[in-house]
Every structure is written in structure tokens, then in C-alpha cells.
Design a protein around this ligand. Sequence first.
Ligand code: NDP
Length: 397
Amino acid sequence: MNRVLIIGAGGVGRVATFKCVQNSDVFGEITLASRTKSKCDAIARRLPREIRTEVVDADKTPELVALIQDVRPNLVLNLALPYQDLTIMDACLETGVHYLDTANYEHPDEAKFCYAPQWAYHDRFKKAGLTALLGSGFDPGVTNVYVARAKKHHFDRMETVDIIDCNAGDHGYPFATNFNPEINIREVSAKGRFFEEGNWRETEPLSVKKQFDFPDSIGEKDIYLLYHEEMESLTKHFPEVWRMRFWMTFGQSYLTHLKALENVGMTRIDPVVYEGKEIIPLQFLKSLLPDPASLGARTIGKTCIGCWIRGEKSGKKRTYYIYNICDHQKCYKETGAQAVSYTTGVPAAVGAAMILKGIWRGAGVFNMEQFDPDPFLELVAQWGLPFVEIFPDADEI
Ligand code: NDP
């Protein structure tokens, strides 16, 4: 019987725990551990079967090692924050356990992320005969697998990839973030970056904007160019793609508030002395903002995340658009979380199932697009996130 240890009791941890509990043929014993045990217990109370809950500080490898040795899981799902990726990977290596996460490593003192620190673990995981699966959320995650599916079934050669993430949900607050505010604001206020003809090109934060007409009655929305981590691995694994970009929708109220917060220094991540005590303004702001886990009940509308790909098949040019639509209230009814947590937690549980069932298995550190996309997308659809694929007439987004 498979045992799993889930670390992190936020919105994503909640959804992944629900999905593991719902699929007891794959996930036998489940332990949910986080910094605040009461948050694990609150999730556990909503579940139809019993799970174990524990407290752990995932910044401390010895604490993690002791917990893993006690729980003896086959796999650790890291659904805490990107800051903990390396300590949890170290603990998995020390205890001989497979590893999975949904976001690449970031150092708390620098708003910059890249795969290099985690790819550097490849040889150690390989030598230990263990799998580390990186970025098993939606973006990164399902979007990587969409690109792999496009290449496997629909293109001889892909030329351009645009990943488009739309949250058309409304939570009724003038300003709130749909996942961890600190991680979200660091990502959005960073410079934009896209890949073109072998080079990364930089843009000022949120300075490149287009309009995109989303399906399923979502309609036309402004989309903004951002840097996003899946482009790093996708450009490496599909070098034929000459241009890759990532776009995200933002409402005007969100952007106006963000600008004001930036202008007054509230998004800074360097320490500031306040009444004789050092504080990090962004962490203080996080403590004032609504907890993303509390948004579920009040968020209505849908998300639409997908990939718009242009390339060639059998000598002919074609455009392909693959996407998922997810309804916030449907997710809330099922798990008590909104669609942003749901679209991340479901692929995390499915990625874990792929490893535990031995369908995706390799020794080393892997990104999602390195495995066969078909069984993953089949299970993701069964567990709540089906895809739609169309061949639009238009070339460009
Ligand atoms: P939350 O902030 O809601 O939850 C994070 C959880 O991790 C909290 O329960 C927190 O505990 C816990 N945690 C933080 N630090 C530690 C620590 N040192 N030791 C133990 N537990 C800790 O975030 P989300 O659930 O929204 O996001 C989880 C992850 O998913 C993040 O890494 C995020 O970047 C990623 N993500 C990925 C997406 C994708 O599509 N790939 C999309 C959205 C998110 P406490 O409550 O005590 O603070």
C-alpha cells in the first residue's frame, strides 16, 4: 500500500489531500504536515476518511528527515512554498523517497527563480534511483504536458508557443491574490521576459499587453506578458521553438492597487527597521491581505489556462489551441478551495499517482514534458480537469 507525505496545508495542499483521499486505490496512508498543525487538522476534519496530521518546519532538513523516517512514505508532495524545495529534496535523498513539487526554488531574499539549483540534484537522485518531478501544478505542470501532447500528436515542428493564463474569477475584494500573496506579488512585479530566436528578451514589468478572446463565454480580456518558470524547461526540451511567451490576465483594480503598493514600498523584500524591529514590507502586507484559502466561498467565475501553438504538420502550417476551463464554485463545493488552488492541487495528486503507479518513473530530476503526456492528461481529466483542443484559423494570438 502506498504511503504519501504531503507538506503544506494551504489551498493547494488542501486540494491535493482531497484528491489523494478520493483515490484510495493509489494513495493508502496519507499524512499532511505543515508549519501550523491546526491548518492540517481543519482540512482533515472535512475529509471522508481519516488521515494523519503532523507539524513540521520544512526549512529544517533534520526535522523533515525525522518526520519522513517516522511516516515512511513512498513519495513526498512538496506543496509548501518554493523556499523549501531544496531542504525537502535533501531530506528525500537522505531517506530514499521520491519527490514532487509545483513551483521551482526561490531564495527568500531574492525575487528570482530558475531551475539550476534543482537540476543540480539530477545526479544525486539518479544515483539513489529516485524520481524528482518538478512543477506538477497547472502552470508549470499541465501547460508543459500540453506542449508535449502538441508535439507528440499534432506537430512535426513547433515554431511558437504562447501560454495564456486567465483567471476570470471575481472574489469581490478590491485587492487579493489567488495564491500565496508573497509569491504572487514577487512574480508579477518582476520584469517580463520571453524567448525569441535563441535569446531571452526582457521587458519592463507588465508593460506588454494584448487582448485575447477567451472561450466558454469568458470573452475578451487584457493579457500581460510575464516571465514564467515553465518556459525555462520547455525551451530546453523543445529547442525547435523559436519564440515562447507567457501571458496572464489582470483586472484593472488589481493593477492599480499593485502600482500604489509598489510606489509606497510595500512590495519590498529587503528588511526595513520599524519601531526598532526589522520587518519585510511584503511579508507585512501578506499578513493584511485576505488569506487565499479563504477566497473559495466568495469567488465566482472561471479560469481558462492553455497553450496556443503555431507550427507545421505534414508540410502544412497549422495553429493549435489546447486549454482547460475550471469553475471556481464547482471546485469550492468539492474541496472548499477556489479554482487556482484546484487547478494546481489536482495535477500535483495526478503527478504523484503517475510516479506511484510506475507510469512516469525515471532516476533523476525531471520536468513534466519529459514523460509521456497521454496517461497524465487522461487521469487529470478523470480527476476534474479535462482539456479542449481546437485548430483556430488565426496564426497569432
Ligand atoms: P499557501 O500559502 O496557501 O500555503 C502554503 C502552505 O505551506 C501553508 O500551509 C504554510 O504554512 C506552509 N508552509 C510555509 N512555510 C513552511 C515551512 N517552512 N514548513 C512547513 N510548512 C510551511 O500557498 P498555496 O497553497 O497557494 O501554494 C502552495 C505552492 O503551490 C506554492 O509553492 C505555490 O508557489 C505553488 N503554486 C503553483 C502553481 C502552479 O500552477 N504550478 C499555482 C499556484 C501555486 P502556514 O499556513 O503556517 O504559513
